[in-house]
Every structure is written in structure tokens, then in C-alpha cells.
Write a protein of this length. Structure first.
Lengths: 820, 205
């Protein structure tokens, strides 16, 4: 080992005892652990669920349609050398005994899948035989079933023969996250669950040589109807607009806070360290060490520190990943594949970039220190070279961080928000401190000194307060909203709010369904539902008459559910116009927000394409719709005469008490083709996701808080070091060591309390905004927050101050003052 | 290690006394023992007839607060306080109601009446030491310890500071204990003691 390496090792060993190096090591440890966790988890999620790969599509190309695919649909298309199979996917309530649950059913034909494979327990190949069903673990747990049991699937009982562990071709959107079951297409008819007009997704899967697929894709594109989509495997890219993808980005963004805090901690720690190294560097240079060698000594030291933290960080990241995966596992549709091995090291690589990029500028400065420092205490030159060096390092670091987060715009936005929020909180906290300290100053022995100190330390106080307030605010918001939001939202609904939707009621079933409910004293109203597309405004095509934002409106991108009725629905008050009289053909009613956003007014005429037939109507009134009433609601309602003859299915919603659950089972036994949606189950699933996402995000923020505490430690250290002289002087002036300590602790206590109060206010504000705008329910106070955050923040400051503050013995005071 | 041997020293009220000796002779340790900042392992120190080692921390702090002041070679003003607040600090710690008036009075005494709101960084070395002198005298101590008070100043400034120190000493009647290398400075004291090999020897004029 060369002398330089040995020197670097010795230096590091002796530095390990200093607070700044401990803070530096801990901060980079946390940064590496967090990035490892996110890189690995992100890679697994992407590989398993988010990337549009052949193994996930189950094919090379998929034609997907919201209507049954006619047998002649593929006529005239180049199908040579292509393998194909059909799948129908739809939501359905299945069950055993009184237990019912909403699942996503896939009805299969062999061969399936064309790419990738189904994994099951017990293992095997092929697809479920007629009379058999394969179900995912979540179905087994919720319905309390085991292999060999019978699952009621409409009229058709099916034997649960295998547990489904993983499968491609899960479909897109929310349905891909529901629990899945696989059945054989032959059982479909006997079950009676799928009727004409049912909501289902029909797919044809294709596989074959690349050029054949490409030819098919090209031929298919111009023939696509607006209810059809093609998923082709053109490139290995992440799916967009996917909720899970958004969740992952959200977690990565939460990690940005931790990364920034560790970077700041490392900068401050290294600055402090390098200031203390001036004499040593000048001495080493004086002894004949070349600047290049000096740089190497310090670089080795940084690399050794990196080795230490990278090892610890990757291991911690591994443990964290296990924990978070455990949390998410029960909600994920299937087990995730292992991450690419390189991903395990991306955290360590980021840590290296962090340490080297932040460490180089001060190290290069050390090599420029004049030997005359030993005689006159000259500092290294602070010139343009030093500035350029620092700026370059920071830019490179910023680029590295943004590259890691993969969402540069969102990251920049968050950065801006953090800077502005931090500046605001810092400023308010400092003003608050002065305000609290002023009345204290008059009553306390050293009150005036406290005031002076607050003034002198205001820069640090601002930074400390900004960091602590922002972190505590975010942490509280995440912690509270993870369970509170959904509970609050649900709590606003009256006791008898419908908790079931029943859809797909065919015209010939309507009477039977009405009787079924009447026989059980359940008040329900069935509404007709017709699918149609809005195409015209005042007899001209509608799109050219709208702004680009309006053209992208939800109601124009898809087929709408239209209805007709003679009477105004009770739960839809009118805000403009009047309801029509019988016989008033050509009248329609529109929902308030849709009218507002598309700029539609009373008297406008809208034209619709209803199954190829053009239907039009004049807007006679505008209705207010509370979508969260959980009753059937429609954007557009026609007068009865206009749509009475169009093909309709019927929809209703109703409320069942928990002890009435058997009713839903009887209903499905009698009418297996109806789709029953248990709103409670859907909400529970959503609540589960929010809670787990909140837990993961709280974990990341808690680690960020760890980084914040390191930063706090380094800044307090700086302040306390300056204060040693002050404390020594005070003691020689006749203050006892106890009084000096109390003064320090009082300052920490005050700043902690102010930060806690600000964080409570910040969290309340954010939660109030979430209540107001997201849930649209009145905000409420969280008393627990106000009671717990201020003491918590004060405790944080006191603890760190207490740990860092070295008591100054009286006999050292005089020596310290003489040395200074 | 034994620092001092057979050390017997009696200082009268109002006396001025210089302790001289080479570096490392133990002058500063002796001073911190005399001021009650440190406790001897053997022997005792009496202040106004009271043995210091019988006092607890709080009582010794009280003693420093009421009876003792220091002047240091490197001034030790608090950088975040202006001249007036620096002088007011010990008075406020004493809880005196007239802290402000007293501080102004003493700054005027040292010729800084016009620079009350200047911060240490805005004052020259000599001015800083004058603020320190005002701070030391403001509490009207019985005894003032000055450790190389001119060590960081040029000759002229040092000279002026000394003049001021002795003038105030005479006016107030404070006992002055000086540690110095400067033989001229030592010569102005009524008594001079040479610390050598742990022993104190009275040097005759």
C-alpha cells in the first residue's frame, strides 16, 4: 500500500470521530439506500407490469374492441404465417355461498397465450378445461376457497383446479388490477353471464414473424372503428397514463427531497472539513507533496468513504426493498420478476457521483493553498476558476439526479416548489422566532443575548426551519391522507347511499328485476342506457367549432351513456331552463359542467350517432349532477320519444345493509348475466392502494427526515462551534455552565416549537386544499397534528442540539479564550 | 506533574501587580487558579478571607460576576453584539436596571462614546480592546485580571491602552493583576513577580 493510500486511510479513520464526517457518511448512506430501493423496485414493476413487452401482451399484436368482433372482421387482412386466438374479458361477480366478489374474467380458447406463459400451482400447461376455473390468490383468500372447491359462475358451477400465479395479457387500466380468473370460452354460454350489450373487452391475439405482424398492423390501421384499438409491440416502452407508473414516479419524486438534503449535508460537511484542512494541506505541500498527490490523498479518502457507505447503502436498500415489496405484494396482480443485476448498483453509482462531484471543488481548492498559509494564515484563492469548478460540479450533479428520476419536468417543478416553499417557511419561521423571543428577552436573564443570537444565526435558522418544516409538513400530509382521506370522503355520504350498481339489465329482464326488488322492499329505479357519440353542434360537425382543449374533453373522446326519461330525476336539480312536457320531442337535458366546459347553451342543438343512426335534440335545460351520489347519472338525457326505440340496457343502484348481503347472491342466481358492482369492494381496493402508497411514501419521507436531521446536525455544529467562545466568555463573566446550557437549549426549543407550529399549519392547509378540491367536502381541523408536531419538532432540535453540544468545563474556558 | 512549588502570594486591595516569566512557565494557569476558574490539587486560595475551594459552581460564578473581571489578549468581544451591548452584557447578567446608562458611561470613559453602535468587526484592534476594558470595569470589580492585554496591538496603541488601564485602575481602586512579557508594562505596576521553575520571586524595582 502506498504512503498516499495509507495517509488517506488514516485521515478517514481520524475524521470518523468528527460530527461532519459522521453526518456526511450517514447522509450518503441514506441516499444510496433510497436510490437502490427505488431503482430495484422500479425496475421490477416496469418489467413485471409496466412495459409493453410481448411477454406481457401475450402476443405480438392485439386487436382490442369494446364490441363483439364479427366473424368476418379479419377478412381481406394478411393473416399468412400468423397464429391467432380470441379472448373475452369482462367484470363479473363470482362467489361461493354468501361470499361474492368482483373479478375480471378472461374467457379463453387454446392456444393461449401466444407469447409468455401462464404460471400456476400446481404447474401445468394449456388453459382451463371446460368446467374448470383458475383463480388468483386474492380470489381464494377473499372467498375463503381452496383448490377443488366449486366457484359459482352464473348458472355454471366451475371446479377451482389451479391457483393462477402469473399471466400475460391482463388487459389495460383498472381491470388489470382487479383479481383475475381464467375460464374456458366453452363455459361462457352455459353460464349466461355475458349477454348482448354487456360491458366486455373482446380481443384477438396474433403472433408470428415480424414482417407478417408489421404487414397486418399496416393493413389493420385504416380499418379501425372508434371502439377498436391495436396494441402492437413496436418498441419496448413503458405504458403511459398507467396509475402504477404514476405511483412509481410519485415515489421517485419523494426521494428527490432526500437526495437534495443529503447533497446539501455533504456540501456543508465538506466545506467544514476543508476549512479545517488548510494548515494540514499547506504543511503537506511545504513538505514537498505535489498538488496532484495531495488531491489524490483526499480523493482516496472520499473513495474509501464511498466504499463504506455504498456497502451499507446497498444492503439497506435490499432490506427496504424486501419490506416495501411485502407491503405491495398483496395488491399487485402478480409476482414481479427479479430486477436487472445492474440496478442493484445504481444507488451506489449515484452515491459516487454525489461524493465525487461535491467533493472535488473543495479538494481542488485545498491543493491551491499557498504554503504561506503556515506563516500568515492565507486562504486558498477564491477566483473564477474556483467558481467555475463549483458551478460545473453542481450542474453535473443536477443532471445526474434528473436522469435518475426520469421525470425532469416534474422534478424541476418539485425543486422550484421546494425552494419557494422553503424560502417562505424559512422567512416566516425566522420572523416567528423573533416574535416569540422578544417578550422572553425581557423576562430572562440572558434574554437579550438570546435575541442577539437569533439575529446572528438567522441565515442558519432559515435553512434549518425550511428543511424541518417542509419535511414535517409533507410527512404529516402523507401520513394523514393515507387513511384519513378515503374515510372522510366516505363519511360524508348518508347511511342509505347506494353501495351496489347493477348494469347490463336487458329490456326483457327489466320487469323481472323490478319485481325482484319490489319483492324485497328495496326502492330502486331503473334507467335506460344507450350508447352514443356526440358528433354535431347546431347541425355542423362539433369538433371544428371547439378549442383544442375542448376537443379533448372527456365527453368527446368516447361513446357516452345516454338516457331518456319523462320526469326529471329527483337527484338532479335544474340550474337553467325547464323540464319538458310530454310529447315535446327533440328536447334534451345536459349536465352543468359539460355545458360549461364545452360552451353549450340553452337552445343549442346537439347531434348524436346512436348505433349508426343520427339523433338530435335541442338543449332545453341544464342539470346539476352530484356524481358521488352513487346513483345512475347521465351527461345527456333525451325526451322519451327520441330514443325509446333505440337498443338500450338498463341500470340501477341500490343500498344493502351488511346483513342483507344474501340479496346480491339471489339476484345473481336469478339473473346471472347482470353485472353487479360492489362499490364498497372497489373503494376498499382503492383505499388499500392509497394506504400502501402512503406507507411507502411515508417511509421515503421518514428517510428524508433522517437526511434532514443530518443537515440539521451539521448546521447546528457550525453554530455551536462559533458559540464555544461565547460560552467560555459568558462563564468567565460569571454565568454558570448550567445557565449557558439552558440558553442554548432554549434557543433550540423555541425554533423547534416554531417549526412544529408552522408544519402543523402547512399540513392543515394542504389537507384543507385536498378536502376542498379533490374530495369537495368541508375541511376539518386535525387537533392531533397541532398537539403532536410542535413538541415533536422541539424534541428533534433539543435532541440533536443535546447530542452535538459539548459541555464546556470551567477550567477549559480560560485556555480556550487564551488560545483564541 | 508539579507546576508550582512553595507558592505563597498575598495581594492587597487596590494593588497593581505584574506576573512575568517565559512562555510555558505557568503564568496563565496561575491566573486561572487565582480567578477561581481552576482548582489547585493542593493548597488553597482565599478571596477576601474566603477559601475558593469551599465554594460550589454557582457560588464561584456569583463571585466572578460580582467581584472579578478579565481582559484578554484577543479581546473576545461577541461579534454579533455592538459595542454598547458587549459592555451591557455583564451588567445585564448581574440584573442591573441601570445597565444601559452604565455601559454608555464606561464607553465614554474609554473614549468610544461616539461608536456605541459599532460592531467589533467595524472597530480597530485598539478600539476593540478599549471596549473590552470598558466591559471589564463596568461591573466595578474588586479585582481585574489582564492577560497580555497589549499582545495583539502595535506599540503606540498598546501604550494608549496601558495608560487607560492604569488611569481607570487608579480612579476606581481596582486590584490589577497583569500577565505580561512587556517589561515596560510590568515596570508600571507596584509589584513585579517572576514565575520561574514553579516558584514566584519578587523582583525589586
Amino acid at each position: 500500500m502506498s504512503l498516499l493510500t495509507r495517509l488517506a486511510g488514516r485521515q478517514l479513520l481520524s475524521q470518523l470521530r468528527t460530527t461532519e464526517w459522521r453526518a456526511l457518511l450517514l447522509a450518503s448512506w441514506i441516499a444510496i439506500a433510497l436510490t437502490t430501493l427505488l431503482a430495484v423496485l422500479g425496475d421490477r414493476l416496469e418489467r413485471g407490469l409496466l412495459r409493453e413487452s410481448a411477454a406481457l401482451l401475450g402476443a405480438d399484436l392485439v386487436l382490442s374492441s369494446s364490441r363483439p368482433i364479427a366473424p368476418d372482421r379479419l377478412q381481406g387482412l394478411p393473416l399468412d404465417r400468423l397464429e391467432q386466438t380470441q379472448v373475452i374479458q369482462f367484470p363479473s361477480m363470482v362467489g361461493q355461498g354468501d361470499n361474492l366478489m368482483l373479478v375480471s374474467v378472461r374467457a379463453l380458447q387454446a392456444p393461449y397465450p401466444l407469447r409468455g406463459e401462464l404460471t400456476t400451482a400446481p404447474a401445468g400447461s394449456g388453459i382451463p378445461a371446460p368446467g374448470e376455473v383458475w383463480a388468483e390468490a386474492r380470489v381464494l383468500t377473499q372467498l375463503e376457497m381452496s383448490l377443488g372447491d366449486t366457484l359459482e359462475f352464473g348458472y355454471q358451477p366451475l371446479n377451482l383446479s389451479r391457483e393462477l400465479l402469473g399471466s400475460p395479457d391482463r388487459g389495460t387500466g383498472f381491470r388489470s388490477f382487479s383479481p383475475h380468473i381464467l375460464v374456458n370460452a366453452e363455459d361462457l354460454e352455459a353460464s349466461g353471464v355475458l349477454a348482448p350489450g354487456s360491458r366486455a373487452n373482446y380481443r384477438i391475439l396474433f403472433a408470428g414473424p415480424a414482417e407478417a405482424i408489421s404487414a397486418l398492423n399496416t393493413a389493420l390501421q385504416p380499418t379501425l372503428a372508434d371502439y377498436e384499438r391495436v396494441h402492437a409491440l413496436s418498441k419496448d416502452q413503458p405504458l403511459t397514463g398507467n396509475a402504477l407508473g404514476n405511483a412509481l414516479s410519485y415515489l421517485k419524486l419523494s426521494a428527490l427531497i432526500a437526495l437534495l438534503l443529503s447533497a446539501l449535508t455533504i456540501v456543508l460537511a465538506l466545506r467544514r472539513f476543508s476549512l479545517g484542512q488548510h494548515t494540514r494541506s499547506a504543511l503537506l505541500l511545504n513538505l514537498g507533496l505535489r498538488p496532484g498527490q495531495l488531491i489524490r490523498v483526499y480523493l482516496y479518502q472520499l473513495l474509501l468513504a464511498w466504499l463504506l457507505t455504498a456497502t451499507a447503502g446497498v444492503l439497506t436498500g435490499f432490506v427496504l426493498e424486501l419490506a416495501v415489496y411485502q407491503w405491495l405484494a398483496e395488491l399487485l396482480p402478480q409476482a414481479l420478476p427479479a430486477a436487472h443485476w445492474l440496478r442493484w448498483f445504481s444507488g451506489a453509482a449515484l452515491g459516487l457521483a454525489l461524493l465525487v462531484l461535491l467533493g472535488l471543488p473543495p479538494i481542488l481548492q485545498l491543493a491551491r493553498i499557498p504554503v504561506a498559509h503556515l506563516l500568515r494564515g492565507d486562504a486558498p484563492p477564491r477566483d473564477r476558476t474556483a467558481l467555475i469548478l463549483q458551478a460545473t460540479s453542481l450542474l453535473l450533479l443536477a443532471a445526474t439526479l434528473l436522469a435518475f428520476l426520469e421525470a425532469p419536468l416534474a422534478a424541476l417543478g418539485l425543486l422550484l416548489f421546494l425552494l419557494l416553499g422553503g424560502a417562505l417557511f424559512g422567512w416566516v419561521a425566522q420572523a416567528g422566532l423573533q416574535l416569540c423571543a422578544r417578550p422572553l428577552a425581557k423576562r430572562l436573564l440572558l434574554g437579550r443575548l438570546l435575541l442577539m443570537r437569533l439575529r446572528q444565526q438567522r441565515q442558519w435558522h432559515r435553512l434549518q426551519a425550511a428543511v424541518v418544516v417542509m419535511l414535517l409538513t409533507l410527512l404529516s400530509v402523507v401520513w394523514i391522507s393515507r387513511s384519513d382521506l378515503i374515510e372522510q370522503w366516505q363519511a360524508q355520504f348518508p347511511q342509505d347511499t347506494p353501495n351496489y350498481f347493477l348494469i347490463n339489465i336487458q329490456p326483457w329482464q327489466k320487469e323481472g328485476v323490478d319485481e325482484f326488488f319490489a319483492g324485497r322492499q328495496l326502492e330502486t329505479e331503473l334507467y335506460p342506457m344507450i350508447r352514443g357519440r356526440l358528433t354535431e353542434l347546431n347541425a355542423e360537425p362539433i369538433k371544428p367549432q371547439l378549442t383544442p382543449e375542448q376537443q379533448d374533453h372527456n365527453t368527446l373522446r368516447r361513446e357516452l351513456n345516454l338516457s331518456w326519461m319523462a320526469e326529471r330525476p329527483e337527484h338532479n336539480p335544474l340550474v337553467a331552463g325547464e323540464w319538458w312536457q310530454p310529447g315535446d320531442t327533440g328536447a334534451i337535458s345536459i349536465e352543468q359542467e359539460m355545458a360549461q366546459e364545452l360552451g353549450l347553451e340553452l337552445g343549442d342543438t346537439l347531434g348524436f350517432d346512436v348505433g349508426g343512426v343520427r339523433v338530435e335534440g335541442e338543449i332545453r335545460n341544464i342539470r346539476e349532477v352530484v356524481w358521488t351520489s352513487f346513483r345512475p347519472n347521465f351527461y345527456i338525457i333525451f325526451n322519451p320519444e327520441a330514443l325509446q326505440n333505440a337498443p338500450a340496457t338498463w341500470i340501477t343502484s341500490f343500498h344493502l345493509e351488511p346483513e342483507q348481503r344474501a340479496v346480491s347472491r339471489e339476484l345473481l342466481q336469478q339473473f346471472p348475466s347482470l353485472t353487479l358492482i360492489d362499490i364498497d369492494q372497489v373503494l376498499n381496493q382503492l383505499a388499500g392502494w392509497l394506504q400502501r402508497l402512503g406507507d411507502s411514501s411515508a417511509l421515503i419521507l421518514a428517510l428524508s427526515l433522517g437526511c434532514g436531521l443530518m443537515l440539521l446536525g451539521v448546521t447546528l455544529l457550525q453554530a455551536l462551534e462559533q458559540r464555544r467562545f461565547e460560552s467560555a466568555l459568558l462563564q468567565t463573566l460569571g454565568v454558570t455552565a448550567d445557565q449557558a446550557r439552558r440558553l442554548d437549549l432554549l434557543e433550540f426549543l423555541l425554533i423547534g416549537l416554531v417549526c412544529g407550529v408552522l408544519a402543523s399549519a402547512g399540513a392543515e392547509a394542504v389537507l384543507a386544499m385536498l378536502h376542498q378540491w379533490l374530495l369537495q367536502i368541508p375541511p376539518r381541523l386535525h387537533l392531533g397534528l397541532w398537539l403532536s408536531l410542535p413538541p415533536l419538532a422541539a424534541l428533534i432540535f433539543l435532541l440533536i442540539g443535546w447530542m452535538i453540544r459539548r459541555p464546556l468545563k470551567l477550567e477549559h474556558c480560560y485556555r480556550l479564550l487564551r488560545a483564541g | 506533574m508539579q507546576l508550582f512549588q512553595d507558592l505563597v502570594l498575598e495581594i492587597q486591595r487596590g494593588e497593581s501587580l505584574a506576573i512575568i516569566g517565559r512562555s510555558g512557565a505557568g503564568k496563565s494557569t496561575l491566573l486561572s487558579l487565582l480567578a477561581g476558574l481552576d482548582t489547585p490539587t493542593e493548597g488553597r486560595i482565599l478571596f477576601d478571607g474566603q477559601p475558593l475551594d469551599t465554594l460550589d459552581d454557582a457560588a464561584r460564578a456569583q463571585l466572578r460576576l460580582q467581584q472579578i473581571s478579565f481582559i484578554f489578549q484577543s479581546f473576545h468581544l461577541l461579534p454579533e453584539l455592538d459595542a454598547l451591548d458587549n459592555v451591557r452584557l455583564p451588567l445585564e447578567i448581574q440584573g442591573r436596571a441601570d445597565a444601559d446608562a452604565q455601559a454608555r458611561h464606561w464607553l465614554e470613559q474609554v473614549g468610544l462614546g461616539a461608536r456605541l453602535d459599532h460592531y467589533p468587526a467595524q472597530l480597530s484592534g485598539g478600539e476593540q480592546q478599549r471596549v473590552a476594558i470598558a466591559r471589564a470595569f463596568a461591573t466595578e470589580p474588586k479585582i481585574l485580571f489582564a492577560d497580555e492585554p497589549t499582545g495583539n496591538l502595535d506599540d503606540d496603541t498598546g501604550h494608549q491602552i496601558i495608560e487607560q488601564l492604569f488611569r481607570l485602575n487608579a480612579d476606581v481602586g481596582t486590584t490589577l493583576v497583569l500577565i505580561t512579557h512587556d517589561t515596560d508594562l510590568a515596570a508600571r505596576c507596584q509589584r513585579r513577580l517572576h514565575l520561574h521553575n514553579g516558584r514566584l520571586e519578587e523582583v525589586s524595582a
